[in-house]
Design a protein around this ligand. Structure first.
Ligand code: GLA
Length: 727
């Protein structure tokens, strides 16, 4: 519910459990007054204290009043060059070269429903949303800044976006435009970021804020393996089930900056948005720029609640699921089994080994096109390699379908190999500065997706392939970070637009594909989880979580990922052992337990499994299908932290009506004489009684308070699942 007190210019956003408030004061400065647990309302600006602080300047209208400074007041959207020395939200440069942004309140408007952003992914939905638009203006520069707020009450979700319009008569260069600025008066907070590298993505790092700026960012053109555009600010003591925390996710897949600043007064500011690095967008008179959306969830009772609210909102109001609530198929992918060396018979033999185990979708990975026999060539030539696949997809796909399976295909549209017909014909279509040698990544170059003709060519070629057979799934991969970012289509003074135009181009093509093939499931992938963000999830309902398929490393990767993103978004497969990344051998049971807390599939040649393993696989597939809704759409509880030493890693899914739950656990390395330990379950109905794996009768409150004794499993990395059903 949004409450506008237009007389006092106090604007209050209520969600089920939280309240957010701002106020335009006597100088029309838009102050942020509160964000936290739900309160009744009123004007919370009484919380703001005014005091003369040395070295904090005063706006002209304040006359000689020295206790009024933008440097010390909580700002809703921070300004630049006019007295606030903390991180600016916006920076623009009119023709005179000045860099001031002095924003004053210029009106607001309440709308039913959710705003949308042209060309950008954003949360969506109907009348369950309300939108507030607040207008700020810098009169001297003729710049209008519209702040958008979307409120989805039931999930405590507040989205924000920013639109900047040049209302002046000459061009203005926009050099910075954050999506989110959040000021907190006082408070001791920790910042949690989700960091890592290729094959070890999204590991949580938590540290107290100290005076100064602490930040994570990407300048790679993707949101990156290294830092995720999702951060949490929380009270020092906050944990899974207690303490105040704020999650902020950027709905964007390119360069980002997430920064927290603790100030001289021990106030805190969080900023999230496009990275100002190599960003400069020219706005001609009348033109507008839209910054991507940021999404906020505040939880007064710990990370678990925050994550579940994000999961629900992402599943129901961000992802476009072509299957609309139906079960997604269990898949088998040939990549780890064959890499580039396969032919049609080999692929069919892998599919044949999977079909009797009730695996439903066969995915042909990299290597099926052009001269793609290694990662040195072929990208850009989206024509079927007829030596490997005689008769093309027209011949292969019916053979897969005869087995009762559907067919999916891997593509990497944004890339080009130097050894390709496409590059030979259009060398200037790769990002690169004329006269400078290219920097390669995985031996490949990046296509200039800011250019329409480049996207058009690639899309038409891929369409031909997709239309040549019945293809129900596409894995959209992207396997390098951007370098040599320069576009032949833009003049020198607009090269600062290329990074953002590139990602807008990616979005445009994904959107076209989604609309042209409304029944097709698109899985995102960027060398594993290098673009695992809310922006991509709008187009690709699932994303390959990591190229690391080792079940034990995956416990950590999937744990970190779960802070923002739901199980149904996490691509996870059982692969062969010893694992290709870690050389570790883990049982088929444990590999299955971990992979089925994701989208679930296999990535190995099942012809090479033993009859016993095949029986286990058959059981896993049947179990997953039987409990699909619970696993994929249930409420997710992290029971342990796999980064800490402990007897096991454990997590739990609970059905929305709390009549069913699934607890999964994986032990660590074995020790003699292990201590006795108990696992306390969460999220159950205290008044219901549950059977566990079809036996006994255990009251929900007992299982949550007293717990369940952990069995003493022998050997390293053992696993088990407890299925709870209310009696
Ligand atoms: C990336 C992906 C893998 C696989 C290979 C193919 O690394 O993450 O899953 O598709 O590319 O080249």
């Amino acid at each position: 519910m949004i409450v506008l007190d237009k007389e006092h210019n106090v604007f209050t956003l209520h969600t089920q459990n939280t309240t957010y408030q701002m106020k335009a004061d006597q100088y029309s400065v838009l102050l942020h007054t509160y964000y936290g647990p739900r309160v009744s309302g009123g004007d919370l600006s009484y919380l703001i204290q005014y005091a003369d602080r040395g070295s904090s300047p005063n706006p002209n209208e304040a006359g000689h009043r020295r206790d009024y400074s933008l440097d010390t007041l909580p700002q809703e959207y921070s300004t630049c060059g006019v007295g606030d020395y903390r991180m600016p939200s916006i920076e623009f440069e009119p023709e005179d070269g000045s860099r001031l942004a002095d924003l004053r309140f210029a009106g607001c408007e309440l709308r039913k429903g959710k705003y949308s952003l042209e060309g950008l992914p954003a949360f969506w939905g109907g009348d369950e949303w309300e939108t507030l638009v607040v207008r700020l203006r810098d009169g001297s520069a003729g710049m209008l800044v519209e702040l958008y707020y979307g409120v989805l009450e039931r999930y405590d979700l507040i989205t924000r976006a920013v639109r900047v319009v040049n209302q002046g008569t000459s061009p203005v260069r926009l050099r910075r435009c954050a999506s989110l600025c959040l000021d907190f008066l006082g408070g001791d907070y920790d910042l949690i970021t989700f960091d890592g590298c290729h094959v070890m993505e999204r590991c949580p790092n938590r540290a107290p804020l100290r005076q100064g700026v602490q930040s994570v960012e990407s300048v790679r053109g993707t949101s990156s393996h290294h830092h995720n555009p999702f951060v949490v600010l929380c009270e020092h003591g906050a944990g899974e089930d207690y303490g105040l925390c704020y999650g902020a996710a950027l709905v964007y897949s390119g360069n980002f900056l997430a920064a927290a600043e603790r100030t001289q007064l021990e106030h805190n500011r969080l900023l999230l948005g496009i990275n100002p690095y190599h960003f400069c967008w020219t706005l001609a008179p009348g033109e507008a720029f839209t910054a991507p959306e940021a999404a906020l969830v505040c939880s007064p009772c710990g990370f678990g609640q925050m994550s579940r609210q994000f999961h629900r909102a992402i599943r129901e109001n961000l992802i476009h699921d072509p299957l609309q609530g139906r079960r997604r198929p269990v898949l088998i992918n040939n990549w780890e089994a064959t890499e580039f060396s396969f032919n049609a018979d080999k692929l069919v033999s892998i599919a044949q080994s999977a079909a009797p185990l009730d695996i439903e979708l066969f995915v042909m990975d990299d290597g099926w096109f052009g001269s793609r026999d290694s990662d040195r060539g072929g990208l850009g030539d989206w024509v079927v390699n007829r030596e490997k696949l005689p008769g093309g997809l027209e011949a292969l796909v019916p053979r897969i379908k005869e087995l009762g399976m559907s067919f999916g295909i891997w593509i990497e549209p944004e890339m080009v190999s130097e050894d390709s017909d496409l590059y030979r014909a259009h060398p200037d279509w790769a990002l690169g500065v004329p006269g400078r040698p290219h920097t390669r990544g995985r031996s490949q170059l990046t296509l200039d997706f800011s250019r329409r003709e480049v996207r058009e060519h690639i899309y038409q070629a891929i369409r031909k392939v997709l239309d040549s057979a019945d293809v129900s799934y596409v894995k959209w991969d992207m396997n390098r970070s951007l370098t040599d970012v320069w576009s032949g289509a833009l003049p020198a003074d607009r090269q600062g637009e290329v990074f953002h135009r590139y990602i807008l181009g990616v979005y445009e093509l994904l959107d076209r594909m989604r609309r042209d093939y409304p029944d097709m499931l698109i899985e995102g992938c960027t060398g594993g989880g290098g673009r695992f963000d809310a922006g991509m999830l709008y187009y690709t309902p699932q994303i390959w979580c990591s190229d690391n398929t080792d079940a034990i490393d995956r416990l950590r990767i999937q744990y970190g990922t779960s802070f923002c993103y739901p199980v149904s978004a996490m691509g996870a497969h059982v692969s062969a052992v010893p694992n290709g990344q870690t050389a570790r051998t883990v049982s088929m049971e444990t590999r299955g337990v971990v992979a089925m807390s994701g989208t679930f599939g296999y990535e190995m040649d099942l012809n090479e499994t033993t009859p016993e393993e095949r029986e286990i696989i058959k059981g896993q597939v049947a179990f997953f299908k039987a409990h699909y809704d619970l696993i994929q759409r249930g409420d997710y509880y992290r029971l342990t932290d796999p980064f800490r030493e402990g007897p096991c890693a454990a997590w739990e899914q609970v059905s929305p009506d709390r009549r069913e739950a699934l607890v999964s656990l994986v032990t660590g390395s074995a020790h003699a004489a292990p201590p006795f330990s108990v696992l306390r379950l969460k999220g159950l109905d205290p008044c219901l009684t549950y059977q566990i794996n079809g036996q006994g009768a255990y009251p929900g409150d007992v299982l949550m308070e007293a717990g369940w004794p952990l069995p003493m499993l022998q050997g390293d990395y053992q696993s088990m699942q407890l299925y709870l059903s209310a009696v």
